[in-house]
Design a protein around this ligand. Structure first.
Ligand code: SF4
Length: 467
């Protein structure tokens, strides 16, 4: 369904209500936690709010509407969102007209919805991940009815309708997230995503292609396709196009751009996909393939549906087809029942594959998931100690991998000033590595494409000079 069609009644109503309430354009402050999918949702929420008459502010204190888009993947992210919400109480006291909304994965969980309802009475409204496209209606209700609203429906009640042509506000004109599908069917036992984002729904290929073409025509040169498991793309569509079919069509578009994707589940990543990356014109030489654990016993308990051997075979194939590709992964440390032997098997996967980087997380118990009720939860001290060893090992491997790049000239997308030194540019290589190089008075701008010769390398950053 089209955005205007879906919201035609409420877009005009919300716009005129906003004009009635405010003498000048009201200000929106939006804060986003979590993954790229949440970032992409916030870009849509911001786009819709600007379309309704808001302007953006970076200062909470100036805002007329504050939205907190939350994550539920780890407890830490939820506690952080609740603590941010707690700090808004005094703003509401100073400015009673301020409207506060909390959305995203955290509030899609019944117990968190109840928490906010009862412990945060100054929060005006909540809305779940499956109601984002209803934003004009939800906002209109909040602006007209003098009561709190809890717009959270389960995915059984609301099937997570997909809406096209939604206004999107992108911070950068050079890089973009494009969702290709929503939801997940995999039910990994530690993960709350299938409960808070519902079952897999793929966007029509024609809609994705038209969005990508529009971005490229507008000068975008780095596009990341998003989905919880992009390899499942198309299974629910007529004629069941595959993810590789989608990539092939995108690759035919003319222009100077690179395509990335995330996330790919190892059980569904095919050799056809690996081969296509090698033959394509536009695919970035980067493959993020979350292994989570190197132990078959733990992989089974996680319901991951692949073995350590199958994973290593796939990585071997990727490296054979693309010797220069950057392989990265996710690891969960301290899954229930993880023994020292299991953990050693995870470390040995790091040694064997030699990933460029690893996103590692201590297991976080998520209410309602199968792993939450498993025996043998690992204590925090053990998780911390194992995490320390994993990070030390990966630091060495990343440094060794990066050292091999010294002397090469690589293609880089400029991101902006280095945080550490305003006289230095920070950029990203096509493999996704962070690179710093001196400005030397040369004017560049974010998103610009340059070549940099690598002179020095550390575990997380490489350094070079403009060619
Ligand atoms: S594939 Fe597993 S980890 Fe990824 S979103 Fe789905 S359930 Fe969660």
């Amino acid at each position: 369904m089209n955005y205007i069609e879906k919201n035609k009644e409420y877009i005009e109503l919300a716009k005129s209500r906003i004009k009635q309430l405010y003498n000048e354009k009201p200000k929106l402050f939006i804060e986003t936690a979590g993954c790229q999918q949440n970032e992409a949702d916030s870009e849509k929420l911001t786009g819709m709010a600007l379309d309704l008459g808001y302007i953006l502010t970076d200062e909470k204190e100036d805002a007329d509407l504050i939205l907190i888009n939350t994550c539920a993947v780890r407890e830490h992210a939820e506690l952080k969102a609740l603590s941010h919400a707690g700090r808004l109480k005094h703003l509401k006291e100073i400015k009673p007209s301020l409207i506060i909304g909390i959305c995203g994965c955290m509030v899609q969980q019944e117990h968190r919805k109840e928490d906010i309802k009862h412990k945060y009475p100054y929060v005006d409204f909540l809305f779940g991940t499956n109601m984002i496209f209803d934003f004009p209606r939800l906002l209109y209700k909040v602006l007209t009815e003098k009561k709190r609203h809890f717009f959270v429906e389960s995915y059984e009640e609301n099937h997570g309708e997909m809406v096209e042509d939604v206004p999107v506000f992108r911070k950068s004109t050079k890089t973009a997230w494009v969702s290709v599908m929503y939801g997940c069917n995999n039910f990994c036992t530690y993960c709350v995503v299938p409960y808070v984002r519902g079952r897999e729904r793929s966007r029509e290929m024609t809609c994705i292609l038209s969005e990508v073409k529009g971005l490229i025509e507008d000068g975008c040169r780095d596009i990341t396709l998003l989905g919880q498991n992009v390899n499942s793309y198309g299974k629910d569509l007529e004629n069941s196009p595959t993810f590789v079919d989608l990539l092939r069509e995108i690759d035919k578009i003319d222009g100077d751009f690179v395509i990335r994707f995330m996330t790919s589940h190892p059980k569904d990543a095919t050799k056809e996909l690996v081969d296509f990356i090698a033959e394509s014109k536009h695919m970035a030489p980067h493959f993020h393939l979350p292994v989570q654990s190197g132990s078959n016993r733990i992989l089974k308990a996680m319901n991951r549906h692949y073995t350590r051997e199958a994973y290593l075979e796939l990585c071997g194939y990727i490296k054979k087809v693309h010797p220069d590709i950057s392989l990265t992964t996710d690891i969960i440390v301290g899954f229930p029942g993880e023994t020292e032997e299991d953990f050693q098997e995870t470390l040995s996967v790091l040694e064997e594959v030699r990933f460029d980087s690893v996103f590692s997380f201590n297991y976080s118990l998520r209410k309602g998931t199968k792993a939450a009720s498993m025996d043998c939860q690992i204590d925090e001290e053990t998780k911390k100690e194992r995490m320390g060893r994993l990070l030390t090992l990966q630091q060495r491997i990343s440094a060794e991998n990066n050292a091999k790049l010294v002397g090469r000239t690589v293609s880089v997308t400029v991101e902006g000033d280095s945080k550490a030194d305003p006289n230095v540019w920070a950029g990203r290589t096509e493999q996704g590595k962070i690179i710093h190089f001196p400005k030397n008075g040369i004017p560049l701008e974010g998103g610009q494409h340059v070549f940099v010769e690598i002179e020095r390398a550390e575990s997380y950053t490489i350094y070079g000079k403009l060619k």
